[in-house]
Design a protein around this ligand. Structure first.
Ligand code: PLP
Length: 384
Protein backbone atom coordinates (compact mmCIF):
# COMPACT_ATOMS: atom_id res chain seq x y z
CA UNK A 1 0.00 0.00 0.00
CA UNK A 2 1.35 3.45 -0.92
CA UNK A 3 0.32 5.54 2.13
CA UNK A 4 -1.09 9.07 1.84
CA UNK A 5 1.69 10.34 4.07
CA UNK A 6 4.82 8.96 5.60
CA UNK A 7 7.72 10.25 7.69
CA UNK A 8 11.26 10.40 6.29
CA UNK A 9 13.88 9.42 8.88
CA UNK A 10 17.59 9.86 8.08
CA UNK A 11 20.67 8.43 9.74
CA UNK A 12 21.29 11.89 11.22
CA UNK A 13 17.78 11.85 12.75
CA UNK A 14 18.48 8.46 14.35
CA UNK A 15 21.84 9.60 15.69
CA UNK A 16 20.32 12.75 17.17
CA UNK A 17 17.78 10.68 19.13
CA UNK A 18 20.37 8.11 20.23
CA UNK A 19 22.65 10.88 21.49
CA UNK A 20 19.86 12.05 23.80
CA UNK A 21 19.29 8.48 25.01
CA UNK A 22 22.97 8.37 26.01
CA UNK A 23 22.84 11.79 27.69
CA UNK A 24 21.87 12.91 31.19
CA UNK A 25 18.40 14.18 30.31
CA UNK A 26 15.59 12.35 28.52
CA UNK A 27 13.21 15.20 29.32
CA UNK A 28 13.51 18.78 30.61
CA UNK A 29 17.08 18.88 29.28
CA UNK A 30 18.78 21.13 26.75
CA UNK A 31 17.30 19.63 23.55
CA UNK A 32 13.91 21.26 24.08
CA UNK A 33 15.04 24.92 24.34
CA UNK A 34 17.42 24.27 21.42
CA UNK A 35 14.51 23.01 19.31
CA UNK A 36 12.32 25.92 20.42
CA UNK A 37 14.99 28.40 19.35
CA UNK A 38 15.32 26.67 15.95
CA UNK A 39 11.55 26.62 15.37
CA UNK A 40 11.19 30.29 16.35
CA UNK A 41 14.15 31.34 14.18
CA UNK A 42 12.89 29.42 11.18
CA UNK A 43 9.40 30.95 11.42
CA UNK A 44 10.60 34.42 12.37
CA UNK A 45 8.68 34.48 15.66
CA UNK A 46 10.12 35.75 18.94
CA UNK A 47 9.00 32.73 20.98
CA UNK A 48 8.20 29.07 20.40
CA UNK A 49 6.82 26.88 23.20
CA UNK A 50 7.32 23.18 22.43
CA UNK A 51 4.57 20.83 23.57
CA UNK A 52 3.73 17.14 23.22
CA UNK A 53 1.17 17.72 20.42
CA UNK A 54 -0.48 20.46 18.41
CA UNK A 55 -3.65 19.60 20.30
CA UNK A 56 -1.91 20.58 23.56
CA UNK A 57 -0.53 23.68 21.82
CA UNK A 58 -4.00 24.79 20.72
CA UNK A 59 -5.32 24.17 24.24
CA UNK A 60 -2.66 26.27 26.01
CA UNK A 61 -2.97 28.93 23.29
CA UNK A 62 -6.69 29.29 24.00
CA UNK A 63 -6.14 29.29 27.78
CA UNK A 64 -3.36 31.88 27.54
CA UNK A 65 -5.74 34.16 25.62
CA UNK A 66 -8.26 33.78 28.42
CA UNK A 67 -10.82 31.59 26.66
CA UNK A 68 -13.24 30.15 29.19
CA UNK A 69 -16.87 29.36 29.98
CA UNK A 70 -19.25 31.80 28.32
CA UNK A 71 -16.75 32.55 25.53
CA UNK A 72 -16.96 31.55 21.89
CA UNK A 73 -14.34 30.30 19.41
CA UNK A 74 -14.92 30.08 15.66
CA UNK A 75 -12.98 27.77 13.40
CA UNK A 76 -13.32 25.95 10.09
CA UNK A 77 -15.49 22.84 9.73
CA UNK A 78 -12.88 21.31 7.37
CA UNK A 79 -10.19 20.52 9.90
CA UNK A 80 -9.12 17.83 12.30
CA UNK A 81 -11.39 17.72 15.36
CA UNK A 82 -8.59 19.02 17.62
CA UNK A 83 -9.03 22.62 16.36
CA UNK A 84 -12.59 22.84 17.66
CA UNK A 85 -11.97 20.60 20.67
CA UNK A 86 -9.42 23.09 22.02
CA UNK A 87 -12.30 25.48 22.77
CA UNK A 88 -14.39 22.76 24.43
CA UNK A 89 -11.40 21.86 26.66
CA UNK A 90 -11.60 25.45 27.98
CA UNK A 91 -15.31 25.20 28.68
CA UNK A 92 -16.01 27.63 25.82
CA UNK A 93 -18.50 27.18 22.97
CA UNK A 94 -17.59 26.54 19.33
CA UNK A 95 -19.07 27.72 16.08
CA UNK A 96 -17.86 27.34 12.52
CA UNK A 97 -17.32 29.56 9.49
CA UNK A 98 -17.90 27.90 6.14
CA UNK A 99 -15.00 27.37 3.74
CA UNK A 100 -14.00 28.95 0.47
CA UNK A 101 -14.27 25.95 -1.88
CA UNK A 102 -11.26 27.18 -3.89
CA UNK A 103 -8.83 26.57 -1.00
CA UNK A 104 -10.92 24.78 1.68
CA UNK A 105 -9.76 27.52 4.04
CA UNK A 106 -12.15 29.61 6.11
CA UNK A 107 -14.00 31.96 3.75
CA UNK A 108 -13.20 35.58 4.57
CA UNK A 109 -16.52 36.68 3.05
CA UNK A 110 -18.41 34.19 5.23
CA UNK A 111 -16.42 35.33 8.28
CA UNK A 112 -17.22 38.98 7.58
CA UNK A 113 -20.94 38.27 7.18
CA UNK A 114 -21.07 36.10 10.29
CA UNK A 115 -19.25 38.77 12.34
CA UNK A 116 -21.72 41.44 11.27
CA UNK A 117 -24.61 39.21 12.33
CA UNK A 118 -22.88 38.22 15.59
CA UNK A 119 -22.18 41.88 16.37
CA UNK A 120 -25.86 42.71 15.89
CA UNK A 121 -26.80 39.76 18.13
CA UNK A 122 -24.19 40.68 20.78
CA UNK A 123 -22.43 37.29 20.54
CA UNK A 124 -18.98 37.87 19.04
CA UNK A 125 -16.22 35.25 19.23
CA UNK A 126 -13.27 35.78 21.57
CA UNK A 127 -10.98 33.76 19.29
CA UNK A 128 -11.09 32.97 15.59
CA UNK A 129 -8.95 29.99 14.60
CA UNK A 130 -8.18 29.81 10.88
CA UNK A 131 -6.74 26.48 9.68
CA UNK A 132 -4.19 26.49 6.84
CA UNK A 133 -5.74 23.53 5.06
CA UNK A 134 -3.24 21.26 3.30
CA UNK A 135 -0.54 23.86 4.01
CA UNK A 136 -2.01 26.60 1.83
CA UNK A 137 -2.09 29.75 3.99
CA UNK A 138 -5.42 31.38 4.82
CA UNK A 139 -5.90 34.96 3.71
CA UNK A 140 -4.57 36.42 6.95
CA UNK A 141 -4.48 40.16 6.14
CA UNK A 142 -8.26 40.63 6.00
CA UNK A 143 -8.70 38.28 8.98
CA UNK A 144 -6.33 40.50 11.01
CA UNK A 145 -8.26 43.60 9.87
CA UNK A 146 -11.52 42.00 11.06
CA UNK A 147 -9.82 41.07 14.35
CA UNK A 148 -9.03 44.74 14.97
CA UNK A 149 -12.51 45.83 13.92
CA UNK A 150 -14.40 43.30 16.07
CA UNK A 151 -11.88 42.82 18.88
CA UNK A 152 -11.21 39.08 18.68
CA UNK A 153 -7.91 37.21 18.98
CA UNK A 154 -6.47 35.05 16.20
CA UNK A 155 -4.91 31.61 16.76
CA UNK A 156 -3.66 29.99 13.57
CA UNK A 157 -3.96 26.21 13.44
CA UNK A 158 -0.80 25.90 11.37
CA UNK A 159 -0.55 22.13 11.83
CA UNK A 160 -0.29 21.65 8.05
CA UNK A 161 1.78 24.74 7.34
CA UNK A 162 5.29 24.27 8.77
CA UNK A 163 7.52 25.95 6.19
CA UNK A 164 4.67 27.67 4.35
CA UNK A 165 4.68 31.41 3.69
CA UNK A 166 1.92 33.98 3.24
CA UNK A 167 2.78 36.92 0.97
CA UNK A 168 6.48 36.18 1.48
CA UNK A 169 6.33 35.96 5.31
CA UNK A 170 6.66 32.55 7.02
CA UNK A 171 3.55 31.09 8.62
CA UNK A 172 4.39 31.07 12.32
CA UNK A 173 5.82 34.61 12.28
CA UNK A 174 2.44 35.68 13.72
CA UNK A 175 2.46 38.77 11.51
CA UNK A 176 -1.37 38.64 11.45
CA UNK A 177 -2.18 36.60 14.55
CA UNK A 178 -1.59 36.31 18.29
CA UNK A 179 -0.42 32.69 18.30
CA UNK A 180 0.31 30.06 15.62
CA UNK A 181 0.46 26.34 16.39
CA UNK A 182 2.51 23.76 14.47
CA UNK A 183 2.06 19.98 14.57
CA UNK A 184 5.00 17.59 14.42
CA UNK A 185 2.89 14.43 14.28
CA UNK A 186 4.54 11.70 12.20
CA UNK A 187 2.39 12.36 9.14
CA UNK A 188 3.07 16.13 9.04
CA UNK A 189 5.85 18.06 7.24
CA UNK A 190 8.57 17.54 9.88
CA UNK A 191 8.11 15.22 12.82
CA UNK A 192 8.94 14.60 16.46
CA UNK A 193 6.66 11.47 16.37
CA UNK A 194 4.12 13.32 18.52
CA UNK A 195 4.68 16.99 19.16
CA UNK A 196 3.77 20.57 18.52
CA UNK A 197 4.80 24.16 19.16
CA UNK A 198 2.94 27.36 19.91
CA UNK A 199 4.60 30.46 18.45
CA UNK A 200 4.02 34.06 19.44
CA UNK A 201 5.71 37.46 19.49
CA UNK A 202 4.17 38.33 22.87
CA UNK A 203 6.50 37.43 25.78
CA UNK A 204 3.61 37.36 28.28
CA UNK A 205 1.67 34.84 26.16
CA UNK A 206 4.82 32.72 25.74
CA UNK A 207 5.39 32.65 29.51
CA UNK A 208 1.77 31.78 30.18
CA UNK A 209 1.83 28.92 27.67
CA UNK A 210 5.13 27.60 29.08
CA UNK A 211 3.62 27.68 32.57
CA UNK A 212 0.45 25.82 31.50
CA UNK A 213 2.54 23.21 29.66
CA UNK A 214 4.09 22.13 32.95
CA UNK A 215 1.43 21.95 35.70
CA UNK A 216 1.23 25.71 36.22
CA UNK A 217 4.31 25.26 38.40
CA UNK A 218 7.09 27.82 38.33
CA UNK A 219 10.55 28.24 39.84
CA UNK A 220 10.85 31.82 38.63
CA UNK A 221 10.54 34.18 41.65
CA UNK A 222 8.94 36.95 39.57
CA UNK A 223 6.05 34.63 38.63
CA UNK A 224 5.45 33.65 42.27
CA UNK A 225 2.73 34.92 44.56
CA UNK A 226 4.69 34.42 47.80
CA UNK A 227 8.31 34.94 48.78
CA UNK A 228 10.32 31.70 48.29
CA UNK A 229 10.73 29.53 51.42
CA UNK A 230 14.24 28.70 50.19
CA UNK A 231 16.24 27.65 47.11
CA UNK A 232 14.10 24.46 46.71
CA UNK A 233 10.86 26.40 46.55
CA UNK A 234 8.45 26.08 43.64
CA UNK A 235 4.95 27.36 43.36
CA UNK A 236 1.82 26.32 41.49
CA UNK A 237 0.16 29.52 40.32
CA UNK A 238 -2.30 28.11 37.75
CA UNK A 239 -3.95 24.80 36.86
CA UNK A 240 -1.61 23.48 34.18
CA UNK A 241 -0.99 20.14 32.54
CA UNK A 242 1.87 17.84 31.65
CA UNK A 243 2.12 18.81 27.98
CA UNK A 244 5.94 18.70 27.86
CA UNK A 245 7.91 17.52 24.85
CA UNK A 246 10.67 14.99 25.58
CA UNK A 247 14.31 15.63 24.70
CA UNK A 248 14.29 12.65 22.29
CA UNK A 249 11.40 14.24 20.43
CA UNK A 250 13.03 17.67 20.41
CA UNK A 251 16.34 16.27 19.11
CA UNK A 252 14.48 14.49 16.32
CA UNK A 253 12.66 17.74 15.56
CA UNK A 254 15.87 19.78 15.34
CA UNK A 255 17.39 17.23 12.98
CA UNK A 256 14.21 17.14 10.87
CA UNK A 257 14.06 20.93 10.73
CA UNK A 258 17.46 20.91 8.97
CA UNK A 259 15.70 19.01 6.17
CA UNK A 260 12.59 21.18 5.97
CA UNK A 261 13.60 22.95 2.75
CA UNK A 262 14.42 19.66 1.07
CA UNK A 263 11.07 18.20 2.19
CA UNK A 264 9.18 21.21 0.84
CA UNK A 265 11.03 21.10 -2.47
CA UNK A 266 10.20 17.41 -2.91
CA UNK A 267 6.55 17.98 -2.04
CA UNK A 268 6.35 20.83 -4.56
CA UNK A 269 8.04 18.78 -7.29
CA UNK A 270 5.64 15.90 -6.75
CA UNK A 271 2.61 18.20 -6.56
CA UNK A 272 3.56 19.90 -9.85
CA UNK A 273 3.92 16.47 -11.40
CA UNK A 274 0.43 15.49 -10.15
CA UNK A 275 -0.91 18.78 -11.56
CA UNK A 276 0.48 17.82 -14.96
CA UNK A 277 -0.45 14.12 -14.96
CA UNK A 278 -3.98 14.66 -13.64
CA UNK A 279 -4.90 17.74 -15.70
CA UNK A 280 -7.13 15.83 -18.14
CA UNK A 281 -9.12 13.92 -15.49
CA UNK A 282 -12.50 15.10 -14.14
CA UNK A 283 -10.89 16.42 -10.95
CA UNK A 284 -10.55 19.79 -9.26
CA UNK A 285 -6.88 19.98 -8.28
CA UNK A 286 -5.62 21.87 -5.21
CA UNK A 287 -5.15 25.58 -5.77
CA UNK A 288 -1.92 27.28 -4.74
CA UNK A 289 -2.00 31.05 -4.53
CA UNK A 290 0.85 32.55 -6.62
CA UNK A 291 1.84 34.97 -3.81
CA UNK A 292 1.98 32.21 -1.16
CA UNK A 293 4.06 29.11 -0.69
CA UNK A 294 2.07 26.13 0.48
CA UNK A 295 3.73 23.53 2.68
CA UNK A 296 1.71 20.96 0.68
CA UNK A 297 0.96 18.73 3.62
CA UNK A 298 -1.87 17.20 1.58
CA UNK A 299 -2.70 16.82 -2.09
CA UNK A 300 -6.50 16.70 -1.84
CA UNK A 301 -8.49 16.48 -5.08
CA UNK A 302 -12.21 16.86 -5.62
CA UNK A 303 -14.17 14.60 -7.99
CA UNK A 304 -16.07 16.93 -10.31
CA UNK A 305 -19.85 16.40 -10.26
CA UNK A 306 -19.46 13.10 -8.38
CA UNK A 307 -22.21 11.81 -6.12
CA UNK A 308 -21.22 10.44 -2.69
CA UNK A 309 -21.76 6.94 -4.14
CA UNK A 310 -19.36 7.59 -7.02
CA UNK A 311 -16.74 9.05 -4.67
CA UNK A 312 -17.01 6.00 -2.46
CA UNK A 313 -16.61 3.66 -5.46
CA UNK A 314 -13.52 5.54 -6.68
CA UNK A 315 -12.05 5.53 -3.17
CA UNK A 316 -12.62 1.77 -2.79
CA UNK A 317 -11.11 1.01 -6.21
CA UNK A 318 -8.02 3.02 -5.30
CA UNK A 319 -7.63 1.22 -1.98
CA UNK A 320 -8.07 -2.13 -3.73
CA UNK A 321 -5.29 -1.08 -6.13
CA UNK A 322 -2.93 -0.51 -3.18
CA UNK A 323 -3.24 3.27 -3.08
CA UNK A 324 -3.63 4.47 0.50
CA UNK A 325 -5.98 7.34 -0.24
CA UNK A 326 -7.76 9.14 2.58
CA UNK A 327 -10.40 11.82 3.12
CA UNK A 328 -9.62 15.09 4.90
CA UNK A 329 -11.90 15.75 6.69
CA UNK A 330 -15.30 14.61 7.89
CA UNK A 331 -16.74 18.08 8.66
CA UNK A 332 -16.37 18.62 12.39
CA UNK A 333 -19.93 19.91 12.90
CA UNK A 334 -21.28 16.57 11.57
CA UNK A 335 -19.37 14.53 14.15
CA UNK A 336 -21.71 12.95 16.73
CA UNK A 337 -20.04 14.86 19.55
CA UNK A 338 -20.84 18.15 17.79
CA UNK A 339 -24.28 17.05 16.59
CA UNK A 340 -25.08 16.49 20.28
CA UNK A 341 -24.17 20.16 20.84
CA UNK A 342 -26.86 21.14 18.33
CA UNK A 343 -25.06 21.31 14.97
CA UNK A 344 -27.00 20.03 11.97
CA UNK A 345 -26.32 18.96 8.37
CA UNK A 346 -26.85 21.87 5.97
CA UNK A 347 -25.33 24.52 8.23
CA UNK A 348 -22.04 24.76 6.31
CA UNK A 349 -22.95 23.78 2.75
CA UNK A 350 -19.55 24.41 1.10
CA UNK A 351 -17.79 22.22 3.67
CA UNK A 352 -20.37 19.48 3.25
CA UNK A 353 -20.21 19.66 -0.57
CA UNK A 354 -16.44 19.43 -0.43
CA UNK A 355 -16.57 16.44 1.90
CA UNK A 356 -18.86 14.53 -0.47
CA UNK A 357 -16.30 14.73 -3.32
CA UNK A 358 -12.88 14.84 -1.65
CA UNK A 359 -10.06 12.31 -1.90
CA UNK A 360 -6.52 12.84 -0.58
CA UNK A 361 -3.82 11.31 -2.78
CA UNK A 362 -0.45 10.12 -1.45
CA UNK A 363 2.08 12.94 -1.04
CA UNK A 364 5.20 12.79 1.12
CA UNK A 365 8.90 13.44 0.77
CA UNK A 366 9.74 9.81 -0.07
CA UNK A 367 7.04 9.35 -2.74
CA UNK A 368 8.86 8.16 -5.87
CA UNK A 369 7.90 8.95 -9.45
CA UNK A 370 7.05 5.26 -9.88
CA UNK A 371 4.71 5.45 -6.86
CA UNK A 372 3.15 8.50 -8.37
CA UNK A 373 2.68 6.83 -11.75
CA UNK A 374 0.92 3.97 -9.96
CA UNK A 375 -1.41 6.45 -8.24
CA UNK A 376 -2.22 8.18 -11.54
CA UNK A 377 -2.82 4.89 -13.35
CA UNK A 378 -5.11 3.63 -10.58
CA UNK A 379 -6.99 6.91 -10.59
CA UNK A 380 -7.45 6.80 -14.38
CA UNK A 381 -8.83 3.28 -14.08
CA UNK A 382 -11.01 4.10 -11.07
CA UNK A 383 -12.53 7.08 -12.88
CA UNK A 384 -12.83 4.84 -15.98
C1 PLP B 1 -2.73 17.04 12.98
C2 PLP B 1 -3.64 18.17 13.25
C3 PLP B 1 -3.92 18.62 14.54
C4 PLP B 1 -3.47 17.90 15.76
O1 PLP B 1 -2.12 17.70 15.77
P1 PLP B 1 -1.48 16.73 16.88
O2 PLP B 1 -0.04 17.15 16.86
O3 PLP B 1 -1.68 15.34 16.36
O4 PLP B 1 -2.16 16.98 18.15
C5 PLP B 1 -4.70 19.76 14.70
N1 PLP B 1 -5.20 20.40 13.64
C6 PLP B 1 -4.97 19.99 12.39
C7 PLP B 1 -5.53 20.78 11.25
C8 PLP B 1 -4.21 18.85 12.15
O5 PLP B 1 -4.02 18.41 10.91
Amino acid sequence: MIPYGRQSISQADIEAVVAVLRSDFLTQGPAVPRFEAAVAARAGARHAVAVNSATSGLHVACLALGLGPGDLLWTSPITFVASANSALFCGAAVDFVDIDPATCNMSVAALEAKLAAAHAAGRLPKIVMPVHFAGEPCDMEPIARLAREYGFKVVEDASHAVGASYRGVPVGACAHSDIAVFSFHAVKIVTTAEGGAALTNDPALARRMALLRSHGVTREPDLMVRAPDGPWYYEQVALGFNYRMTDMAAALGSSQLDRLDAFLELRHQRARRYDRLLAALPLTLPLRHPLNRSALHLYAVRLKDASPRERRAVFERLRAAGIGVNVHYVPVHLQPHYAALGFRPGQFPEAEAYYRQAITLPLFAGLTEADQDAVVRALEEALG
